[in-house]
Structures are given as structure tokens and as C-alpha cells.
Design a protein around this ligand. Structure first.
Ligand SMILES: CC(C)(COP(=O)(O)OP(=O)(O)OC[C@H]1O[C@@H](n2cnc3c(N)ncnc32)[C@H](O)[C@@H]1OP(=O)(O)O)[C@@H](O)C(=O)NCCC(=O)NCCSC(=O)CCC(=O)c1ccccc1C(=O)O
Length: 337
């Protein structure tokens, strides 16, 4: 057989092998699309997933008070962990001020978030506000001075900016659970969180230009990413308030639920996340932020690569050789394509 003829026959055989793996094309109208053999026994891919993983548990969550390593209590927040579940809940506890934050509030939030980050049992963190009237109404205007917000020590701070960065870089999902007002700096806090579950009574908006304030950092850039540059200008320039369903349409929130179902639904989202690989979630959070966060984003994502690399035999060989005062032997590690 001539070479050309043999090549053609080989090609023909390969094509028929490939065709054997392909699903037959569905007729243009009439019968439903073909089901891949591995799904043939179930009615849908969703059923198959549920059969393997089970439904997300819906039992009531039980919260237990938590402290950080200092052992000191909190005055402006409530810090809790779910009993037997990897969920932490941090509640701004100044309902008489619509959960406006003062420097002390922010200091306590930072302590609680640090603790939840360091606690390897915790996989998801909920941020919320006490009561049904407000998630958070931003900085406490009664304490605003000429260089930020001042409480006990008498000098001004904008330490909420540190909190925003902490939430953004925290390698675990943070979910804002919003009932009532999320306005001003409180609106920015929910935007910085990874997900937002809103009650039907939730109201969102910026007030800065009304009260002589603005957030030219995350409050502008993250908002513009979430709702688009035109809508972000609208939110900041007009200072309108938006209800939950408007916020959902704008891409500001992930879900809207009746007020009485807010915690139940938020916990359901937590449980669903917790069924998945923590490392995958960790790397995804940093990768979803990386482009926008520039050097800081790259550093976060790169840090995850190092963290994973340290677990390999190849990395361990370098460390072991150093400790044993010998040359490392990396020859056994393949240079993958
Ligand atoms: C939130 C409201 C729309 C709720 O209205 P309503 O339900 O009718 O309740 P009220 O009767 O108004 O309020 C009850 C009670 O709470 C007090 N209060 C509410 N919000 C605040 C607040 N932010 N500061 C201080 N006190 C507050 C209110 O005075 C009432 O108390 P009384 O004793 O009965 O008078 C409505 O309350 C409202 O519009 N609140 C103000 C919202 C606001 O303008 N917030 C500040 C925006 S500016 C900001 O947050 C900057 C924050 C910041 O630190 C920052 C700075 C620089 C860069 C970035 C940031 C940042 O990202 O945060």
C-alpha cells in the first residue's frame, strides 16, 4: 500500500474512533438532546449531584459566643461561632445608631476577623448588623472630626479602610447578611464582602456627598466593577437609595429573601460553600481579586502558589537538603509540559 493511501486509511480510522466518542447530533426539532451515557441513569445532572452529595442540611444553626486570643470581650460587636459547623458570625452591635461604626467598633471587627482567619476550623464568615433596621449606616457622624473619627483616645482615624483591606485579603469567603439599611460606609462594607444575601427590607446607597464625605478607594473602584461605571456614578453623584430587588438587578447582591428567612438562607449558602474544597475556594478568591488588586493581588495569589508548593516533595527536597548540609537533588522531579 502506498504511503499516501496508508496515511488516509489511518486518518479515516482515527476519525471514526473520534466519531464513536461523540454524541449523535439531535434532530433539529422533536426529540430532546441526547444524554451522555454517564448521566443516562439519572434524570438530570442536578439529581446526580444530589445523589452523591446529598441535600444541603437545613437544620437550625446554633451560635456560641466567641473570643479572640486576647480573651477580652467586645462592646460594639457580637462575635459567635456555629456549634459543630465551620461558620463564624460577626454582628455590629450598635442598633441605636443604625449600627454606625466608631473606631472602637472597627478595632473589634478587625480582632474578630483576625481570629476567624486564624481558626482553621472556620471556613466562612458572616458579617451582619444587630436588628432588622440596619446592616450598617457607615461612620458615626457624631464622632467625626477634622482628621477622621475619634472616640476614646481622642484622635481621628479612618481605620475602616484597614478593615476593608482585611476582608478583601482574607482567604475565606465573607458573606454580608443585610437587613435594613446598608448605607454610606456600611454600603462599602457589604460591597467588599464576597457575597451579599439581602432581606426584602434591605436598602442600599451612598450618602457621602450629602454629609461631606466620600470613599475614593474600594468604595468607588469595587462599586464600579459591581454595577458598572455609569451606575456607580449615579449611586455616588445622586446619593439615591435602592431597594433589595433593584440592588439585585444591579448586581449588588446575590439573593433576596424574606426577612424571616435571612439567616436560614445565609447559613445555607455557607453550608454549600463548606462542602467544597477550601484550597480551591481560597485560590479562587485571590484570583478573582488579582487583576484589580495589582501588586497586592498578585502577591496574594502568588502566596497561595507558594503555600501549595511547600506541600510537594520537590519543595521538601530543597528544605531537607539545606537542613542536611547537602546539595539538593531535583533531578527526579519532572519538568511538566
Ligand atoms: C440610615 C438611615 C437612613 C436610617 O434612617 P431611620 O431609620 O429614619 O433612622 P434615624 O432616625 O435616622 O436613625 C436612628 C438613630 O441613629 C442615628 N444614626 C444613624 N446613622 C448614623 C450615623 N451614620 N452616624 C451617627 N448616628 C447615626 C440617628 O442620628 C438616630 O439617632 P437619634 O439620637 O435618634 O438622632 C439614617 O439614619 C441615615 O441617613 N444615617 C446616616 C447615614 C450616613 O450618612 N452615614 C455616613 C456616611 S459617610 C461614611 O460612612 C464614611 C465612613 C468612613 O469612615 C470612610 C471615610 C473615608 C473613606 C472611606 C470611608 C468608608 O469606606 O467607610
Amino acid at each position: 500500500m502506498a504511503t499516501g493511501e496508508r496515511d488516509l486509511k489511518t486518518l479515516d480510522r482515527r476519525l471514526s474512533t473520534i466519531a464513536g466518542h461523540l454524541l449523535p447530533l439531535a434532530p433539529i426539532s422533536g426529540s430532546p438532546p441526547p444524554i451522555h451515557p454517564s448521566f443516562a441513569s439519572s434524570t438530570s445532572a442536578g439529581d446526580r449531584y444530589r445523589r452523591i452529595h446529598g441535600d444541603v442540611p437545613t437544620h437550625e444553626v446554633s451560635w456560641s459566643p466567641a473570643l479572640d486570643e486576647s480573651g477580652k470581650g467586645f462592646t460594639d460587636i457580637i462575635y459567635e461561632k456555629a456549634v459543630g459547623e465551620s461558620i463564624a458570625k460577626i454582628t455590629i452591635n450598635r442598633p441605636e445608631r443604625r449600627n454606625a461604626f466608631r473606631p472602637q467598633t472597627v478595632k473589634e471587627l478587625i480582632r474578630a476577623f483576625n481570629d476567624a482567619r486564624d481558626d482553621s476550623y472556620i471556613g466562612v464568615i458572616i458579617l451582619t448588623g444587630k436588628g432588622n433596621d440596619a446592616f450598617c449606616s457607615g461612620g458615626d457622624q457624631a464622632l467625626r472630626g477634622s482628621d477622621g473619627y475619634a472616640d476614646y483616645d481622642g484622635f481621628g482615624r479612618l481605620n475602616v479602610l484597614d478593615l476593608q483591606v482585611q476582608i478583601r485579603r482574607l482567604p475565606k469567603p465573607v458573606i454580608a447578611m443585610v437587613a435594613g439599611y446598608a448605607v454610606g460606609g456600611g454600603h462599602i462594607l457589604h460591597m467588599v464582602c464576597d457575597l451579599t444575601i439581602a432581606a426584602e427590607n434591605a436598602i442600599f446607597g451612598q450618602t457621602g456627598p450629602k454629609v461631606g464625605s466620600f470613599d475614593a478607594g474600594y468604595g468607588s473602584s469595587i462599586m464600579s466593577r459591581l454595577v458598572g461605571p455609569k451606575k456607580a456614578r449615579e449611586m455616588w453623584f445622586l446619593c439615591r437609595f435602592y431597594n433589595a430587588s433593584e440592588a439585585e438587578k444591579m448586581g449588588l447582591v446575590n439573593a433576596v429573601v424574606p426577612l424571616e428567612k435571612l439567616e436560614q438562607e445565609t447559613v445555607k449558602w455557607c453550608r454549600e460553600i463548606l462542602r467544597n474544597s477550601p484550597t480551591a475556594i481560597r485560590v479562587l478568591k485571590s484570583s478573582l481579586n488579582a487583576v484589580d488588586d495589582g501588586h497586592a493581588g498578585l502577591q496574594e495569589l502568588g502566596g497561595n502558589a507558594t503555600l501549595i508548593f511547600y506541600g510537594t516533595d520537590e519543595a521538601k527536597e530543597g528544605q531537607t537538603a539545606y537542613m542536611e548540609h547537602r546539595k539538593p537533588d531535583f533531578s527526579k522531579f519532572s519538568r511538566k509540559p
